[in-house]
Design a protein around this ligand. Sequence first.
Ligand code: NAP
Length: 438
Amino acid sequence: MRHIAIVGSGPAGYYTAEAAIKQWGDQVHIDVFDRLPVPFGLIRTGVAPDHQSIKGVSKRYEATAGTDNVRFVGNVTIGKDVTIAELQDLYDAVILATGAPNDRPLGLPGEQLANVFGSAAFVGWYNGHPMFADLDPALSHDTAVIIGNGNVALDVARILAKAQSEFHGSDIVSHALSALDGSRIRRIVILGRRGPHQIAMTPKELGELAHLTRARPQVDPADLPDAALDEALDPGLRKSVNHLRAFAAATGGADTDDAIDIEFDFFAAPRAIIGEDRVEEIEVERTRLEDGKAVGTGETYRIPAGLVVACIGYQTSRIPDVPFDDRNGRFANEDGRIAPGLYCVGWARRGPTGTIGTNRPDGFSIIEKIAEDMPEPAGKPGRAGFEALAQARAIDYVKFTDWKKIEQAEIANARDGSPREKFVAVDRMIEAAGKDIS
Ligand code: NAP
């Protein structure tokens, strides 16, 4: 029997488990570890709560999780409850699929002011991630600034702009829904340090903004390059730019008393966040493009704002004794190989890029490499060894059947029209699993 430990139960983790089963059939046992008592990582706490169809992919991971070869080992933090060296002693291969859960810092003065958040924290807040459930952002000022021109910036803008009725069918957690109900935000400025041709926003997500009941997306026509230049763009980007052109041409968008302006401010690099204790303004420098890079022009201006959300990408969490690539914010690796018997996959390998589906070929490719590196299993103890360690250390981990109890309770607690009301505290999850929280 070959024994594999996968650390992280998000898309990268479960696609890798699926690939291992394809490769070795009944001759492999896979333990999927997670620091939370609940599986599926970004599907649960990253994907926008109003994008339920994307979350449907978890059914595929359930099918993998439900096979006899695969076991979920939740509420166990690798690097704290169990070391990497211990895992390596127990399993033929250890694969880190821990994603990139931390915000990349902006590196700007004033970044530490209250009501300035990274998107991991802000998205975690409205998605009920236990680490961020208590964030309590103030939504009392009329202007919010979002930094970045990727899909996460669009997610955050959309969530801030939606009317309560537009959350029907979503699993946004109740604390966020009620905070948004009292929001006074009427202007959302999305800062892009480069231009419309350099956005990382996909057409479907951008187009959605035009259909919200309250949103008025606005683009300054002067920021748009000559339309003839769109021809050279990839088809996806060209479609996205078409949406920006439509926003620039539109005379209004939503026409209601409580309309929310969503202003795309291109060629605008944030330089400082200003305020006493809490953010009051953001200083921005106009840029121009030189060889595709944003270069400051020296012209600056300030935007009064009460909330800043930086959606500029993520980095992987370090694990003691695992080499880290500081520059790229992920584990130091060569094509997923970190050290003999130690691998990484997904965002932990390549950084926070690509769609959920990108992780599938990634998982298959790392399993091919492991098969190449270790044609035969090394006779490690695997699960049985982990059981002994867990018992000796009184680690009462959460199994997949326990998670199903948590899930049932979340479904039972759902408000009308919502698929679930997530537990946002680890203790409540453990309790719902019928376990002792002491
Ligand atoms: P992203 O796509 O990498 O976009 C990051 C943005 O931040 C870029 O516009 C980047 O500009 C900007 N940026 C970086 N550093 C900056 C700085 N110091 N100052 C100002 N701007 C800065 O990242 P993301 O939006 O976090 O998304 C992560 C991944 O998840 C992406 O692959 C995304 O497509 C995916 N995702 C998909 C969906 C969906 O399909 N619905 C939803 C959410 C996320 P430059 O280009 O100039 O560097």
